[in-house]
Ligand binder design. Structure first.
Ligand SMILES: Cc1ncc(COP(=O)(O)O)c(C=O)c1O
Length: 258
């Protein structure tokens, strides 16, 4: 948290945080962030997309504004692009009056309906996403071709201490590094049959992406290195399929990594 304090400048107005953060799923202490924001009279904002309100409620820890990409778990079916901002009126009214009214990014009725329909099954879907992610993480952790697994549901992960405190469960995203170079990692991803290659997350289908060449490709190699985005880092969004099928697909693709 010292790094957060050190980064505050005289013109700083807001602390923006994502937890667990993409793609390493590092968990940040929301109460500590809220306290720093209050101490320096800053607005605190948390992107809660990876958790959904079912697994984590940042406002209960003193955070001012919570944002969600509804494109992901809230809708849950990969067929909508939308976002949600939550907070009290003093924070939301300027957003409504200026950003929404002046810029006009208003959701269509059909997309709003799809999200409402998706949210009817959020509870059961999140249970399955979390269950599958946990089984995937445990499988990968013991695999000889896997270098490291990043998932707060593993006891060995630094984020594990927040489960049951700040977050109800560890969520549906798992990241890992392979003992392989760039082309071997890409070949591994291409061998998968059940996964779709996609940068999104939270869909019914299992998704996989290679941050260095996909989400984080606009970064320079130096910036990627600094952020720990190595060429052998891979991120999975665990879908709703049978965990045995997901793991069997990973197993066949991993068996050919050498
Ligand atoms: C954590 C997080 N927040 C926000 C977004 C933006 O989402 P959208 O596609 O709905 O603009 C993403 C997209 O990947 C994300 O991963």
């Amino acid at each position: 948290m010292q790094a957060v304090c050190d980064a505050i400048q005289p013109n700083t107005r807001m602390i923006f945080c994502e937890t667990p953060v993409n793609p390493h799923l590092t968990v940040y202490d929301l109460q500590a962030i809220a306290e720093i924001a209050q101490q320096y009279q800053l607005i605190s904002v948390v992107d809660n997309t990876f958790m959904t309100p079912l697994l984590q409620q940042p406002i209960n820890f003193g955070i001012d504004i919570v944002v969600h990409s509804a494109t992901k778990f809230l809708n849950g079916h990969g067929d909508v692009i939308a976002g949600i901002v939550c907070g009290d009126c003093s924070h939301l009214e300027p957003i409504r009056m200026h950003s929404l009214k002046d810029i006009g990014a208003v959701i269509s009725p059909h997309d709003a309906w799809l999200i409402l329909r998706g949210m009817k099954t959020l509870d059961v879907r999140m249970q399955r996403h979390c269950q599958n992610a946990q089984l995937i993480a445990e499988y990968l952790e013991q695999h000889p071709q896997v270098e490291q697994v990043f998932y707060p549901g593993l006891e060995t992960d630094a984020g594990y201490r927040f489960i049951g405190q700040q977050m109800v469960a560890a969520g549906g995203l798992v990241a890992f590094t392979l003992k392989a170079d760039l082309s071997q990692c890409q070949a591994f991803i291409n061998r998968l049959q059940l996964f779709s290659i996609a940068v999104s997350l939270g869909d019914a289908e299992s998704l996989i992406q290679h941050p260095a060449s996909m989400t984080h490709s606009p970064y320079t190699p130096e910036m990627r290195l600094q952020a720990g985005i190595t060429d052998n880092l891979i991120r999975i969004s665990a879908g709703l399929e049978d965990a045995e099928d997901i793991i069997a697909d990973l197993a066949q693709a991993l068996a050919q990594v050498n």
